[in-house]
Design a protein around this ligand. Sequence first.
Ligand SMILES: [Ca+2]
Length: 439
Amino acid sequence: MKEIRAHCRGRLRALGSPHARGEGTPSTAVVCEARSLPFNCPSARLSIQRGSVVIIAMVFILVFATLGVALYSLIASQTRAAETERTDVKSFNVAEAGIDAGMLSLKLDWPSSASEPASVDVDLLRKALRAINPGLWLPTEQGGPTGTPVDAEFLNVFIYDNVDPDTAETTTVANPLAPAWDSNGDGRMFIDSTANVDNDRHRILVLAERQVWNLTFPASLALWASTVDSNGQGFKISIENGEPPVYYDVHDAQHKGVDPRPPTDVLALATPTKFDDVVSEQLRASLEKIAREHGTYFEGTSAGSRASDFLATAAARGKVVYVRSTTAVTISGRTQIGTAQEPVVLVIDTPDGTTNTWDLRGTGDFWGILVTIGHSTLRGTSGIHGALYCSGIVSNKGSGSCGEVAYNQQVINNINRYYVVSVNLVANTWEEYTLPEEE
Ligand SMILES: [Ca+2]
């Protein structure tokens, strides 16, 4: 016993223990004495230390493992939430692109008749959207991220009138069965866009309203020109639509160049007026602005031929076309330009002294108002259903299929009423929904 204690103390002293040096409490020595008695003391101590290390290590492993699992679940759930949010945002953005496309469609061609319903080319839009955003997945038949893609569900845009399809009465309740044109004529249409991106479905519904430009052409003036020249037959003015009296105003004291039919219904104005009273600078500027905004403004040396090509298309109907050039322009064609319902306003803006050519042949009559700006000359065959306002000289060479100017009051009224310059959202009508996944 004494030997063991001595041996033990000797070891402790060698280790420099405070207790071994006679400092602190004697408990260590006591424990050593009491528990180590049946064993060899150094080995037992080592064993105890090893056991503690193992326990501590296990506790640490347990703590870190728990933390790791918790962190993994947190990150996984956040990733899932972020992914859901991303597809939700993508789906929302695609639906919004559909609304923008609907607004543009209405702005470019407001659907005023059943024969020209409003529509959006969603196939084209889908291809364009996916080409510039490679992350936009198509929905699948299986409802998961992989599977058979369903192109048709990616985006659908419907434009329909704000009427009840059963009663045809104006309503604030959107019903996709309503006609796809402004059947109640109030200048308002619903745009209904549904997107499905990565099987996340979103719908936006808005009420769109057209903004019209108040053009103010004189309602009963068939012709205004500073001078009328003709090849001897006289420049014919007849009344195709409208109630007499209908006027013409040219500053030729004898009015030799005009051949009104019937003479008593088409009257020369007693008092000459200024061109500015017919087409004011403000009106001219408005026409230019409308044309620029609609992409129907043509400028430069080839402006005449480019405008002629455009005028021959159905897209020109109901448009203001503005042609500006520093040299004379030629407007030519063989197809009808504009209609009574969708007349065209064509402005030819060239310097004083130029001689512009109006060369429409065959059935290429013009429905609308032709305006020339500048003291230029307009010569050629005519065939205008509407009115002609020329600040310079009109030189009549030949005749159109229906006379030179067939005054048409309906055309002028339609022009003064129907020019859509923009389409806006009606305030507080934006509604959006996240739709449940389809079964
Ligand atoms: Ca409407």
